[in-house]
Design a protein around this ligand. Sequence first.
Ligand code: NAD
Length: 269
Amino acid sequence: MTHIPGIVITGASGRMGQMLIKTVTDSDQARLVGVVERAGHDWIGQDVGTAMGGPALGVTVTDDPLEAFAQAQAVIDFTAPEATLEFAALAAQARCVHVIGTTGMTDEQIAALEPAARHAVIVRAGNMSLGVNLLVQLTKKVAAALDEDFDIEVIEGHHHHKVDAPSGTALMLGEAAAEGRGVNLADVSDRGRDGITGARQRGNIGFHAIRGGDIVGEHDVLFAAPGERIVLRHLATDRAIFARGALKAALWGQGKAPGQYDMVDVLGL
Ligand code: NAD
């Protein structure tokens, strides 16, 4: 019996799914023991390495998540909100660490993770990269140091396939800015202005989403005051940063008490 944790990747054929499969198979700290795709997908029943256009990896793509999770110590899940909710219940049943990278979940969907977190470790973050999580901490500090003379705007850019806006990362940054200022984001959030909106309201936190081409993920937090501006910026150029963070979270979660955690816990920031 090996002590190297077995990992299942859900959403195997997705942009992040394929990157995660590569990251886990390249790692000597984890084993790929299962890959899941939605029922009816072309890849079901195929070896995942072959399906990805490379050498066989000896792991067959399945549409039966529970069967896959039963073989594993962790599930890394970058799929879609409804799928992630289903996987949370099944991962808890199998006592697997569930690493959730899926974004666009509503408050109700996030609250619905709670029963699963009573039985298993869930690590969820809208962004799994070290750089962005550091940027979140910096945003909180800068927002706490400045008064409302500084207007805060979060500007993000992603590839044209992205389905949710603002990005999960933009929301993390907005939450951090609000926390630094000691306000509730819901009370000051100003999303996507259009038309005769009136002058900007003092204290609001604005969000703007750019969608185009193959942008992996770009985030600016702008603090603009009369006479000066501060811009905190993170540019992701390779999805591997999210996959490495997710694998780190899956390994970190082994042996931890059930509950909900985020990357700030994992990275000890
Ligand atoms: P994608 O559309 O390329 O991939 C999603 C995959 O999930 C697809 O292969 C789809 O078939 C699969 N899927 C959907 N429902 C499923 C189900 N019920 N069972 C099994 N598989 C299912 O998208 P992507 O670019 O890989 O992004 C996926 C998610 O990850 C998005 O929510 C995105 O915003 C998020 N994301 C998060 C981070 C982070 O660091 N947290 C980074 C990048 C992307």
